[in-house]
Design a protein around this ligand. Structure first.
Ligand code: FEO
Length: 398
């Protein structure tokens, strides 16, 4: 897309990435893509805020140079060192050696470690301001949103908050960058939750601290470095972060995330009736075949719902590996204190139910039942399975 003005003198100069299949080499964005939002402020001093991944440097420089020659840039603000925002930095410095880099003390250290950059780096402190002419930048240091060096940059006159990863989402921008009426805002909100649970959610205390800081700052536009720029309803994305970060310590909503895997259809057959029982009880249900669905899409539901039903066959005396992988990721992402239950098939000797109980202990999940069976489920097993689903779902709302 061509550059888009956000406020007088402030322009989006970002790029879409429709090539990368795994963000951070881990989280699927094959269908959705992602944007690297970069912002240019043209004033007596010209500033770029955050850059892009290295592979898009050429397209990105075309964007920038259509508005300002690189040799006329005065500052580059590095809100966050992760290479999806700094990959273009070394090339930029080759073409604009006069540029001064602004970032936190930890950013200074990382600039050396990632890129060998040691010169023209100015460390800014929390609350420090830099006057550009008509615009004034204030730096708000917010560690661990997403790395320890992260900060946000606030433009005081136009009240634009450049928040980098925070308030961002997956999803390439399709023809418009704003949360305007008619834009697929709901879709971007879902992608923001996916981004939050994949990337940010293990730092809820730091998110709460940042939100407390931001509550004292009037914000007209939230301009993250991924996804939509929130000018129509900037409070919306901030309030979603409030809700999501609270879920680290408050009970999640009643609902069941049903994770299952099946080798030959026996556990899947049982899954169908367990699901039926959960729906009988009137509890929201989301079903994921973990052998098919990347964990990136599973984490958001695990995060916002209080119930987890796991269906897995016994495999080599233990839990089916694809299920173990998802549970390990839930542990890594601190998705704790859920109510859970297990069902699954075994051939000659069980083991999955036992391993599930052990894993659930690590996760501090309360196990509320287990139902295993040999081979394929009989008609009686299926009737029991449906009742098992009802009973579990009722306990979630109790
Ligand atoms: Fe968008 Fe933490 O990088």
């Amino acid at each position: 897309m061509l550059p888009i003005e956000i406020k007088p003198g402030i322009t989006w100069v970002g790029v879409n990435d429709r090539i990368t299949e795994l963000f951070e080499g881990l989280w699927t964005i094959k269908q959705e893509g992602v944007s690297y939002n970069s912002y240019l402020i043209r004033d007596e001093k010209n500033v770029v805020i955050d850059l892009c991944k290295s592979m898009l440097t050429g397209e990105y420089f075309d964007q920038l140079q259509s508005l300002v020659p690189l040799e006329k840039l005065d500052y580059v603000v590095i809100n966050h060192m992760e290479p999806d925002h700094t990959g273009a930095l070394r090339s930029l410095l080759k073409n604009a050696p006069q540029v001064q880099i602004l970032g936190t003390a930890k950013t200074q250290d990382m600039l050396n470690k990632f890129y060998g950059i040691t010169e023209n780096v100015r460390v800014v402190k929390d609350g420090e301001t830099i006057n550009l002419g008509k615009h004034t930048l204030r730096f708000v240091v917010v560690p661990f949103l997403h790395w320890p060096e992260t900060m946000m940059t606030y433009e005081e006159n136009q009240k634009v908050l450049f928040s980098c990863d925070a308030f961002g989402s997956y999803g390439a921008l399709n023809g418009n960058i704003f949360d305007d009426p008619g834009m697929p805002v709901d879709w971007f909100e879902e992608e923001a939750l996916r981004y939050y649970t994949n990337i940010i959610s293990i730092f809820p205390k730091q998110v709460r601290k940042a939100l407390a800081r931001l509550s004292t700052i009037p914000v007209d536009v939230v301009a993250p470095s991924h996804g939509l720029v929130w000018r129509n309803n900037p409070k919306r994305i901030i309030s979603l972060y409030d809700t999501w970060s609270n879920l680290a310590t408050e009970p999640a909503d009643p609902g069941v995330t049903l994770l299952y895997a099946s080798m030959y259809g026996n556990t899947e057959e049982m899954m169908e009736v367990v699901a039926q029982g959960i729906v009988d009880a009137g509890v929201p249900l989301n079903i994921f075949n973990v052998s098919k669905t990347p964990v990136s899409y599973i984490l958001p539901k695990l995060y916002v719902q209080n119930g987890v039903m796991v269906g897995a066959p016994t495999y080599e005396g233990g839990l089916f590996p694809a299920i173990s992988d998802v549970l390990k990721m839930a542990e890594a992402k601190h998705i704790l204190h859920r109510k859970a239950a297990y069902f699954g098939s075994y051939a000659w000797l069980g083991g999955a139910a036992k391993e599930f109980t052990q894993t659930a202990e690590t996760l501090e999940w309360e196990v509320m039942g287990a139902l295993d069976f040999t081979g394929s489920p009989s008609r009686e097993d299926l009737v029991r399975g449906r009742a098992f689903g009802v009973e579990f779902a009722k306990k979630l709302s109790a």
